[in-house]
Design a protein around this ligand. Structure first.
Ligand code: BES
Ligand code: ZN
Ligand code: ZN
Length: 489
């Protein structure tokens, strides 16, 4: 349903043609499109400013039923994200109007000084992602996604980039899978159930799947995972997904935090916003969806996804503040706060990953701390690594995919804050400041000397209000980032 098309605009019956417009410059090569833009700009109500919008019907120049002009502002300020958003907005408008298809005209790469491949890629992404509706829980489905989305390009461009639409759909399908998992309410993704949902799709994608159930976790002494899961009447799991291409020289492990609901446990969270804690498995969703996607992208390296899945609940069987537990690795941890549960389950998962797979690179992704959201806001993830190259590669993939990441430090002297009088470590820092950093430092104790990075996605994992190409709910943050990154590592 995503296509590159080169058609005769005078002859082809197009329902809706969308034309992106800059306020100060002509950005289209196609003469017909350029003359339509001039016509639109003659009208008082349309200048091409950012947010400007004009719909004209039955224009004699083209056979399209309607032409939608969307303003993007000044050319010098035009970036790829504006184009991604434009495509998402175009698709959303058509969905609102109950239409079933759209064609978006691609501007001239030369005139806007971008690579044609990136230009097409971002337009396809925005359009595909903007076409997703999560209405599973609505009895009445008000709108339907579009059936056909195409980009209008010259014939040689359609030919040169013929494979791009299928690649972009594959990756965006992964993002949408993660979004849906995150948006699913916790009563429909309790640990056993969420695990089955992951493994069913993973098997279909031909990944090697392994699940450790509670009995196996007890036998193998995953003390930290068991301590977090103790309060819930749904049993924990540890899911392993393996993509193992022939001739792989490197192993990369992705570990994702899978807390299907984080009540805080005995250190119960305040009631405001508690419902948002259904998204505390966003790291798990990103890792599982990435692995499922990777089977189609076929990168060279062996890639393993490790996903500890638990529910953090208060009850008579919960772990208590002050309890001391023994992790899989052997270190003991005093539970200073039962709400710092993510780092506990990740600690066990990271140790297991290192022991079993001896990876060259390990990256964990987690909605780990509210403090990371305080530092970077709701749209940017925090990246922590002792390895400059790995941190930079993640930041660069974030720039490319607009899943933005910002590196934060892990100063050695802050480790002091995690000391416990009785155990090897405390799971929370003594100071209330710098919580994202102490969270990362806690994990670093288990990552040891492996090339490792931690991505804290507590901010960008979900949005309360829809944006240009994502509904309110899970964003699927991490999938596009990892797909880009894994081909570079
Ligand atoms: N799941 C939360 C972090 C979180 C907060 C995610 C807001 C998304 C939005 C995590 O388990 C948590 O509760 N962290 C605590 C740690 C503290 C007790 C050291 C926090 O950030 O307050
Ligand atoms: Zn918590
Ligand atoms: Zn949590």
């Amino acid at each position: 349903m995503l296509k590159l098309k080169s058609v005769d605009l005078k002859k082809e019956e197009i329902g809706t043609l969308v034309i992106p417009v800059c306020e100060d410059k002509d950005i289209h090569d196609d003469r017909e499109i350029a003359s339509l833009v001039r016509k639109a700009k003659k009208l008082k109500e349309f200048k091409g400013e950012k947010g400007d919008e004009l719909i004209l019907f039955n224009l004699p120049e083209v056979k399209a039923e309607r032409v939608i002009f969307l303003g993007m502002g000044k050319l010098e300020k035009l970036d790829l994200e504006t184009l991604r958003a434009l495509a998402g907005k175009a698709v959303k408008k058509c969905i609102q109007k109950n239409l079933s298809e759209v064609m978006i005209s691609v501007p001239s790469a030369q005139k806007i000084q971008k690579e044609m491949s990136s230009l097409i890629e971002v337009l396809l992404e925005g359009a595909y992602l903007g076409n997703h509706l999560f209405d599973k829980y609505k009895k009445e489905k008000k709108h339907k996604p579009l059936k056909n989305i195409s980009l209008f390009v010259k014939p040689n461009i359609a030919k040169q980039f013929a494979r791009l639409p299928s690649r972009v759909s594959t990756i965006c399908k992964g993002t949408i899978l993660a979004r849906e998992w995150v948006s699913t309410p916790s009563n429909d993704k309790r640990p056993e159930q969420f695990t089955r949902s992951i493994t069913a799709l993973a098997r279909k994608a031909n990944l090697k799947v392994n699940v450790l159930d509670e009995k196996a976790l007890k036998q193998k002494k995953f003390g930290a995972i068991l301590a977090v899961a103790a309060g819930s009447n749904s049993n924990p799991r540890m899911v392993t997904l393996e993509y193992n291409p022939k001739g792989a020289k490197k192993t990369i492990v992705l570990v994702g935090k899978g807390v299907t609901f984080d009540s805080g446990g005995i250190n119960l969270k305040p009631s405001t916003g508690l419902e948002e804690m259904k998204t505390d498995m966003s790291g798990a969703a990103a890792v599982a969806a990435t692995l499922i996607t990777v089977t189609k992208l076929k990168p060279k390296a062996k890639i393993v996804g490790i996903i500890p899945v638990v529910e953090n609940m208060p009850s008579g069987s919960s772990s208590r503040p002050g309890d001391i537990i023994k992790t899989y690795e052997g270190k003991t941890v005093e539970i200073g706060n039962t709400d710092a549960e993510g780092r506990l389950i990740l600690a066990d998962a990271i140790s297991y990953a290192i022991e079993k797979y001896k990876p060259q690179t390990l990256i964990d992704v987690a909605t780990l701390t509210g403090s990371c959201v305080v530092a970077l806001g709701e749209k940017i993830a925090g990246v922590f690594s002792f390895d400059d190259e790995l941190a930079e590669a993640i930041v660069q993939s974030g720039k490319k995919t607009y899943e933005r990441c910002w590196r934060l430090p892990m100063p050695d002297d802050y480790k002091e804050l995690l000391k416990s009088d009785l155990a090897d470590l405390n799971n929370v820092g003594k100071s209330r400041w710098g919580g994202a950093i102490t969270g990362a430092l806690f994990l670093s104790e288990f990552a040891k000397d492996v090339k490792w990075a931690h991505i804290d996605i507590a901010g960008p994992a979900y949005i309360k209000k829809e944006n240009a190409y994502c509904e309110a709910g899970g964003t699927g943050f991490g999938v596009r980032l990892f797909c880009d990154l894994l081909e570079k590592l």
